[in-house]
Design a protein around this ligand. Sequence first.
Ligand SMILES: Cc1cc2nc3c(=O)[nH]c(=O)nc-3n(C[C@H](O)[C@H](O)[C@H](O)COP(=O)(O)O)c2cc1C
Length: 386
Amino acid sequence: MSNISRRTFLKGLGAALVVVAGGTVYRAVDNGVFSVGQGPAYEPWRNWREATGTLALVSAAILAANPHNRQPWLFRVTDNSISVYVDHSRNVGKVDPFYREIRMGVGAALENLMLAAEPNGYQAELTLAPDPDDETYAAEIALTSTTPASSELYEAIPNRRTNRAAYDRSRTVDGSFFEAMTNLNTSEDLEVFWFTTPEEHARFSQATVDATAAFTSDPEQNHDSESFFRTDWQDIQANRDNLTIDAQNLPPVATAFVKILPFEPEGTVAQIFRDNTRDVHCATAAAFGIVATRSDRDLKQHLECGMLYQRIHLWATTQGLAMQPLSQLRERVDREAELGIEPRFTEESAALLGTNEWQGTMPFRIGYPTVDPNLSPRRAVEDVLI
Ligand SMILES: Cc1cc2nc3c(=O)[nH]c(=O)nc-3n(C[C@H](O)[C@H](O)[C@H](O)COP(=O)(O)O)c2cc1C
């Protein structure tokens, strides 16, 4: 099923049903068509409150948003401290040549970890990037005991998901919500930009659609992106990481089709990626946002950016809003810097923000959901301890 066109993909949906009726039910079961979100790979979403002591904070941390679901984090835990590291071996190749995204994923995990401190009876003191000579040493957290108290954002941790389905085109997001999300930022090195008018919507969409075309036309970048996509159910349950078909939230019949038939990610994923970015992700978004950083390469700012993105996403979850990062524009900016090629998207990104003083580090869309998105797998806490 390589290089499948969108039309043949949709036409094939009928065939998927015939295949099921024609005796390939075994393959449907084998590939988890009937067990979405079940099995050990999804347990961390359900048992995250069972851990005790400082491990309870790590159980919350690993449920954070992170690039390509690579889960690029490592934790060293004692009774009164947690050291957090960026695992460079888990970056997404040419999608993330400067480790920007994996640092943001670790930042998102730090946000969950900090939110989990008080509910578990800890007062946490966070130091970001504690060693200027070690770019993998993300944070040191000192823990002392305090009276437990929960919070709305903490309670939202298991309910947050990246929602890649269509959003409800008939609903706009109230202006006061953008203000509330902007106010979640406490760092002078970050700024949140919103794209809410029809003109701003069109400009963000066009830049993202163009960047997606450039991304999928870049053989190395596209290959590295697709190589962190798991299609085999046993493989997902064994490794518990990376992107999955279920997490794409394609329409249910399309998901079953892709899961049942022999699947060649190369080419197929690129086609779906381009079509969905244009026709679903951009076309149905109520609005777009970009979390911007002052610097392009600063570890601390990338961690803070990830923390703020996670905080915004958790807050949006409490309000019944859906979100999805749309990183293609930013990933092309990094690729241009890496290769020293024409800075087309670097200029488009600056034009979108209307300034060269901020770097458009974390672009995303927001809106009201039309479906409950599926879970992404997670590795067990034991697998991310050092
Ligand atoms: C820095 C960063 C970049 C991301 N970029 C994208 C993206 O471009 N498109 C997308 O669909 N999801 C993107 N994501 C979302 C992750 O793929 C998602 O968080 C991960 O697969 C885990 O799924 P979950 O958020 O539902 O737990 C990004 C997340 C982070 C932290």
